[in-house]
Design a protein around this ligand. Structure first.
Ligand SMILES: Cc1cc2nc3c(=O)[nH]c(=O)nc-3n(C[C@H](O)[C@H](O)[C@H](O)COP(=O)(O)OP(=O)(O)OC[C@H]3O[C@@H](n4cnc5c(N)ncnc54)[C@H](O)[C@@H]3O)c2cc1C
Length: 389
């Protein structure tokens, strides 16, 4: 995306970060008539937003449900409702953005091998149903009708009908293109080094020039907490380097987003036929550059788990593996709102499932800039909610 030669003297809004959150925000604001500068230190969608596994999540994740318990899961329900609302946007997003994002929503399967897990899966389903989603438990026969490839050892599955998949590499650039078409200016290879409130505006400092804007949206993913700290706000964001791999294309086999109750796994088949295998297995961090690297032991473990539930994949070659940095928050809920320390600056980060949340994150952040009532209640998501604890 070509950067304009000369930036305006002042923008209504500067958006920092060209991942799905920032691009969706720039799109919403530009189409509402705001003058927008989108600043990205690399290229659009090259960090987490372009490296993720493309799962469109709508269920409470099983691992935190088991390890953190039902109390945590109840607290997570507002975030789950947020994901559900964002999933609705995904259904029509390809048409809206004029790009086929390869979205399908056939539902998600949480495969269960060990009968002892069933009471937990049922309790999780009951909570999901409380949010109005028709999650249900499938017995072995019902499961095999949907997933004949599932290993004989799989005895049941939770089914969450709202889930699906998309091609992650397409989404952020599609939002950015539509933002530009609506008048936004995109400055790539433009690293923001400071965000400084000044009289009546905010200055956004980069190595080549300083931008001025009425308001700023921080959508900088793993850099968010450092940038907010410069404004006196303490945001609790952890970095979690994780990895994904893809097989060579195989015949159409798997139509759902697949998880496993026994160990970490997400598995789905992309339209191209490749099977994407992930689930949050840890990557390494290059000590010199700080960038994530694929960890071979993790890759082997991830593949072992995948073959446990889908043994038919044993003949498929893994052709690519990559790593990215995901983000966590202490309660796994998003950080989303206007900073207490500077009401011209708004922050947005949805941990772990930020691809799914991206379209609604953009809508909410735009509403904050426009000083409109956000489409969802943001009180559970206050960015500085951990500051006082
Ligand atoms: C391997 C992996 C698999 C995942 N799988 C899934 C999945 O299947 N489904 C799902 O929903 N989510 C998944 N996620 C999470 C999801 O990818 C992220 O939550 C989401 O992409 C976050 O989007 P973002 O725009 O907020 O952040 P990012 O995509 O990280 O974008 C932030 C942008 O800000 C830029 N930036 C940072 N600092 C500066 C600066 N100083 N100046 C200018 N620009 C700056 C960065 O270069 C980056 O492009 C996964 C994450 C990873 C790493």
């Amino acid at each position: 995306m070509d950067a304009p030669l000369a930036p305006k003297a002042r923008y209504d809004v500067a958006v920092v970060g060209g991942g799905i959150t920032g691009c969706a925000t720039a799109y919403e604001l530009a189409r509402a008539g705001a003058s927008v500068a989108l600043l990205e230190r690399h290229e659009i969608g090259t960090e987490a937003s372009g490296r993720n596994a493309g799962s469109l999540h709508g269920q409470i994740q099983y691992e935190p449900f088991r390890t953190r318990g039902e109390g945590w899961a109840r607290g997570f329900l507002p975030a789950l409702a947020f994901l559900h609302a964002s999933l609705e946007r995904w259904s029509t997003l390809s048409g809206e953005l004029g790009t086929d994002l390869e979205v399908t929503r056939h539902g998600g399967l949480l495969l269960v091998e060990d009968q002892a897990e069933l009471p937990f899966v049922e309790a999780k389903i009951a909570l999901e149903r409380a949010t109005g989603v028709d999650s249900r438990l499938l017995d072995a026969g019902e499961l095999r009708e949907l997933a004949p490839w599932a290993a004989p050892s799989v005895v049941a599955a939770g089914f969450c009908p709202v889930e699906g998949k998309a091609n992650p590499m397409l989404a952020a650039p599609a939002f950015a293109r539509r933002a530009v078409a609506a008048g936004a200016e995109v400055f790539t290879r433009t690293a923001v080094t400071a965000v400084e409130p000044a009289a009546g505006e905010v200055r956004i400092v980069t190595p080549l020039r300083t931008f001025a804007a009425d308001q700023v949206v921080l959508a900088s993913g793993r850099r968010l907490s450092a940038q907010a700290a410069g404004l006196g706000a303490r945001l609790a964001v952890s970095d979690e380097p994780v990895q994904v791999c893809a097989t060579e294309p195989v015949e159409p086999l798997i139509h759902h987003l697949v998880y496993y109750a026994g160990e970490r796994l997400t598995l789905k088949q992309a339209r191209a036929g490749t099977v994407l295998i992930g689930g949050g297995w840890p990557a390494r961090t290059d000590p010199t550059t700080g960038y994530p690297l694929v960890d071979m032991a993790s890759l082997r473990s991830n593949l072992r788990v995948a073959l446990t539930v889908a043994p038919q994949l044993a003949g498929a070659l893994v052709i690519r593996s990559w790593a990215g940095v995901g983000n966590g928050t202490p309660d796994e809920g998003p950080l989303l709102g206007t900073l207490r320390s500077c009401d011209r600056v708004h922050a947005g980060l949805f941990p772990y499932m930020g691809l799914t949340a991206g379209p609604l994150m953009g809508e909410v952040l735009a509403s904050l800039v426009q000083r409109r009532q956000p489409p969802v209640d943001l009180s559970p998501f206050a960015p500085e909610r951990f500051e006082d604890r």
